[in-house]
Write a protein of this length. Structure first.
Lengths: 334, 263
């Protein structure tokens, strides 16, 4: 099957210098520098189909950005193969670079002392976009990302949110087939995050662009990515949908309710009396939150409703952030 | 060859420089200071006589043309390249469907465009005040053009190649300073290379530095015999070829070392 992106056993090892703190170690390192090898990406493989929108998640230092940099051709891997849009990225062919857009979290495509309008025009010329396509594309991007007031401003005078919208527009001017987005909502306020997510979703739907997105904001992943790839310490831990990940990591629900005044409920009493294993996660005044596995959920709920007249009973999935935190710390159970 | 992209990069750099109005004017004047000082020193030393075939008028002509050639050949982008490699901001250049060298060439060309009017005006003024005594022949002027072009290319390529060693060393400023010092000593700034003492002169004839600056000036001012002009042009072309190949080799190996730091 033809894939838009095909990654095969890709590995990246960095050789880094290191020394102890202090003057003597610093002087020593002049004559005998010490190095260590860090395996940032350790033989990972995955494929993306045309038009897929995939979340690429993992803790800090997991290897996400290194992987994106190899996919975009910025880095040469230590070993392994990648094919993206039928090109080997690190060959850096102009034809490949015209097919991709890479939004790097802290590297700007905009020219600091040029206006946004000029920056966009320069990108148009670099990528060889025709005047007609550029006009249509700009009309669309200006409207969707609300850039009208920004075109005459110098890039260095923009706020973070304004710059984020302009950076996103700058990687879309040439209509790339593949988008690599490295933390596109980093540092943005809630409203701007919502706006960008809405835009990306619509853009992917309309143009069938393949998108590989990294983000530490789980709201980005939940709202945009039907599929997630989880990388931890350079290795892939999971590749599938978020619901499947949640099921593997936390096959339980949260049961929240308010006990009537004067009533008591403990974990021990639940188990001793009713053989229900439930973990008391939170107890403030008469509010209770129980973590209970799915098999005990219905019996426990029925018991609680039968025993007391409960107000505000709710059944919730555990917060996705808590799940992901658990995965980062403990890994995925086999 | 992406000419559209290259011209766009020149435009980008032009706009950036124009946003810093005072910067390029003070830069141009600072580049003129060295040759002006040496010119006045040699004028004083020559007095009413001559030194090595150079009288007052010859020194004036030599240094005024040298100021123009220096302005046209002086690269600045190499200082930025090393920093870009060290800080990971080269990534922005690498993501464009353009050879990496385009950004550096565009930046240098833009700076020359913005600086040249001021420098030209000052040189013309100095020429009027001090007197420009050399008559420029058509043949010398015609040969000066390719010599100047090759001088630009050579000076740029060598500095650019040295800057690319930042892929290995990270900080490259000291090597660039060594290069600038050698240009200062051997390229005809301190003295016309024809006036350098024995071994220094012979060394300067073989090394690339003279051909970045002094050689085109000596050619235009008619200080070279025909044979020396031809030999000089050939040596210059060889050095340009060597520098071109060297930068390609260094870049192709260096880029594999690039770690694109900074997230």
């Amino acid at each position: 099957m033809g894939y838009s992106i095909s990654v095969d056993s890709i590995k990246k090892v960095y050789r880094i210098s290191q020394r102890d703190a202090g003057l003597l170690p610093a002087v020593k390192s002049l004559f005998r520098p010490a190095y260590s090898e860090v395996t940032a990406v350790d033989g990972i493989s995955f494929n993306l189909k045309q038009g897929e929108m995939v979340g690429f998640i993992g803790p800090n230092g997991a290897g996400k950005t290194t992987t994106l940099k190899m996919l975009s051709g910025l880095l040469h891997p230590t070993s392994g193969k990648i094919k993206a849009a039928d090109f080997v990225p690190w060959d850096r062919k102009a034809a490949y670079l015209k097919k991709i857009g890479f939004l790097m979290g802290n590297k700007s495509q905009l020219t600091w002392d040029n206006t946004i309008g000029d920056s966009f025009f320069i990108l148009k010329e670099i990528y060889g976009v025709s005047s007609n396509d550029f006009k249509n594309r700009m009309n669309e991007l200006v409207e969707l990302l609300e850039l009208d007031d920004l075109l005459k401003k110098l890039a260095r005078t923009l706020s973070l949110g304004e710059r984020a919208r302009c950076e996103l527009a700058s990687v879309l001017i040439h209509s790339p087939e593949i988008l690599y987005l490295d933390e596109p909502t980093l540092g943005l306020d809630v409203s701007m995050q919502l706006k960008l997510r809405g835009f990306l979703k619509e853009y992917n739907r309309k143009y069938g662009t393949t998108v590989l997105l990294t983000s530490h904001y789980m709201s980005d992943i939940v709202s945009l990515c039907p599929r997630v790839i989880l990388i931890n310490k350079g290795r892939l831990s999971y590749d599938g949908d978020l619901a499947g990940l949640a099921e593997k990591v936390a096959p339980f629900k949260l049961l929240k309710f308010r006990l009537p005044d004067g009533e008591v409920l403990t974990e021990n009493s639940l188990f001793e009396q009713y053989k229900v294993k439930a973990e008391l996660v939170d107890a403030v005044n008469q509010e209770r939150t129980l973590r209970v596995s799915k098999e005990y959920l219905l019996p426990l709920t029925a018991f609680l409703l039968g025993k007391w007249s409960l107000s505000d009973l709710s059944i919730e999935d555990p917060p996705i952030e808590a799940l992901i935190d658990k995965v980062y710390r403990e890994g995925i159970p086999l | 060859m992406n000419f559209r992209g290259g011209i766009a990069l020149i435009r980008k750099s032009l706009f950036s420089f124009m946003a810093s109005r005072g910067f390029f004017w003070t830069l141009s004047i600072s580049w003129m200071m060295g040759p002006l000082v040496f010119m006045f020193v040699w004028l004083a030393a020559a007095g009413n006589g001559s030194i090595g075939g150079y009288n007052k008028s010859d020194f004036t002509s030599y240094y005024l043309i040298l100021i123009l050639v220096n302005q046209l050949t002086y690269p600045t982008s190499h200082w930025v390249i090393g920093e870009n490699i060290q800080l990971g901001t080269l990534s922005t250049w690498l993501m464009r469907p353009l050879p990496v060298i385009y950004e550096a060439v565009a930046s240098d060309m833009a700076l020359k465009i913005v600086c040249m009017p001021l420098v030209l005006a000052l040189v013309v003024l100095l020429g009027i005040v001090l007197g420009f005594g050399t008559v420029l022949s058509w043949t010398a002027t015609a040969l000066f053009v390719p010599a100047l072009l090759m001088a630009c290319m050579l000076r740029f390529l060598l500095s650019y190649t040295i800057a690319l060693f930042a892929f290995w060393t990270q900080k490259i400023d000291s090597l660039l300073n060594v290069n600038d010092t050698l240009v200062f000593l051997l390229a005809g700034q301190v003295a016309p290379t024809l006036l350098l003492p024995g071994i220094l002169r012979n060394t300067s004839m073989c090394l690339p530095f003279r051909y970045m600056l002094g050689f085109p000036v000596e050619l235009l001012t008619g200080k070279l015999a025909v044979q020396d002009v031809v030999t000089g042009l050939v040596i210059q072309a060889i050095w340009v070829f060597v520098a071109f190949i060297l930068q390609k080799v260094v870049l192709s190996h260096g880029i594999k070392k690039y770690t694109a730091i900074g997230g």
